[in-house]
Design a protein around this ligand. Structure first.
Ligand code: UDP
Length: 197
């Protein structure tokens, strides 16, 4: 939930600078809203996926799809039991636009996401099925995945947003479930591979 306490890891693990930087931005935004009446809305996005996403900084779904479409192993990190809930990009853009037009949202924080959880090993299996790929699903350790950068990485075991606040204010409901999200994203990358994009 937006009001929950946060978990912040050691500053020795540089990945945490990302979440700390976002938190400081939130402090600034909320302070400007309170003290200067700046009309800001803070949004927190949860594993946004869809067409045109690049797989450069993690980004598990485009990576799995590209691996599956090219017949390479689909590489799951660790045991694949870590849980995420993926949100289709259109559900996010719609929510951002609606929040920006809503007076009651000003000076507030909102989670934008989908609250349908899936373990990463199941995501890999679904991608394999929907691409009709013969790729093997391969499990690799974080050390193998990140090499000498693995000390800067820390896994989040489970991430599921509570979206009741945006539901209550806007009647927000994600339109795309995980099956549709994978299908639409697979379709995009399959067309891109065929040179249609
Ligand atoms: N992941 C994976 N294989 C990959 C990329 C990521 O198994 O090729 C896992 C990763 O360990 C994490 C999840 O998929 O548990 C989501 O990773 P992503 O980088 O997309 O998002 P984040 O970690 O920021 O939630």
């Amino acid at each position: 939930h937006e009001d929950d306490d946060r978990i912040m890891g050691s500053t020795n693990v540089s990945r945490w600078s990302y979440s700390d930087a976002k938190a400081v931005d939130e402090f600034f935004a909320l302070a400007y809203a309170k003290e200067r009446k700046l009309p800001v809305v803070v949004v927190r996005l949860f594993n946004v996926v869809g067409p045109r996403q690049i797989g450069r900084y993690g980004m598990v779904l485009p990576r799995f799809i590209k691996e599956a479409l090219s017949g390479k192993p689909i590489t799951v990190y660790s045991d694949g039991l870590q849980i995420r809930s993926f949100t289709y990009v259109e559900d996010v853009t719609r929510a951002i636009i609606d929040l920006s037009l809503e007076k009651k949202a000003e000076g507030e924080i909102f989670n934008i996401g989908n609250d349908q959880p899936i373990p990463i090993k199941e995501l890999a299996a679904k991608v394999k099925e929907k691409t009709r790929s013969s790729s093997e699903i391969k499990y690799i350790s974080y050390d193998q995945a990140y090499g000498d950068r693995s000390a800067d990485f820390e896994e989040i075991g489970c991430r599921i947003p509570d979206i009741s606040k945006i539901k209550n204010l806007l009647g927000y409901r994600p339109q795309y479930d995980i099956e549709q999200i994978i299908e639409k994203t697979v379709e995009y990358f399959a067309n891109e591979k065929k040179g249609k994009r």
